[in-house]
Design a protein around this ligand. Structure first.
Ligand code: AR6
Length: 175
């Protein structure tokens, strides 16, 4: 079956994206870290940390929004992906929940264009190919409930060529 054409893969740094909502792959404290989280905090500036300190953390599979500060976006949606423990601890269900909750949060805020990093596939060790398939199928299913006036585009921002090719193949195999 064809996947929704509003999804696309791009190769690059998510902090350079111009979209309504940039998704951050954070940890439960929401107080910053390495990888994409570190890059987003560095690029957004110290005020982001100050706002995050008021949020009281975030559960795995959930999402919380902040302002985007120096990023070229309206909001940053922070989500906490699962740590990979071999696949038997509900990792897929939790990762799918991240994508769904981020989209719901974006819609609630009126954000129509969204950029996702490959949540959980770095420090949290989720196998990249499985994560790409799950990201595309979960977002695709959500987009069936959201018309283009609600969600106009979803970009999967891939930091390296290998991840980009993985997403391209998932997106094109299903088209
Ligand atoms: N733009 C887009 N993608 C990026 C960028 C960037 N600037 N930098 C890294 N990636 P990770 P996780 C990719 O480790 O696995 C943090 O310390 C990276 O190549 O950032 O969810 C948090 O605080 C990989 O494909 O997030 C948590 O403690 C993907 O983003 C923990 O790491 C996710 O890698 C979360 O781990």
């Amino acid at each position: 079956m064809a996947v929704d054409k509003r999804m696309r893969a791009i190769e690059g740094d998510i902090t350079h994206c111009t979209v309504d909502a940039i998704v951050n792959a954070a940890n439960g404290t929401l107080l910053g870290g390495s990888g994409v989280d570190g890059a987003i905090h560095r690029a957004a500036g110290r005020e982001l940390l100050a706002e995050c300190m008021t949020l009281g953390g975030c559960d795995t599979g959930e999402a919380k929004a902040t302002k985007a500060y120096r990023l070229d976006a309206r909001h940053i949606i922070h989500t906490v992906g699962p740590i990979w423990h071999g696949g038997g601890q509900g990792e897929a269900r939790k990762l799918a929940s991240c994508y769904r909750r981020c989209l719901e949060t974006a819609v609630a805020l009126g954000d129509r264009t969204i950029a996702f990093p490959a949540i959980s596939t770095g420090a949290y060790g989720y196998p990249a190919a499985e994560a790409a398939m799950l990201a595309v199928s979960t977002v695709d299913a959500c987009l069936r409930s959201y018309g283009p006036e609600t969600i106009a585009s979803v970009s999967f921002v891939c930091f390296d060529r290998r991840t980009f090719e993985m997403y391209e193949s998932v997106l094109s195999n299903k088209r």
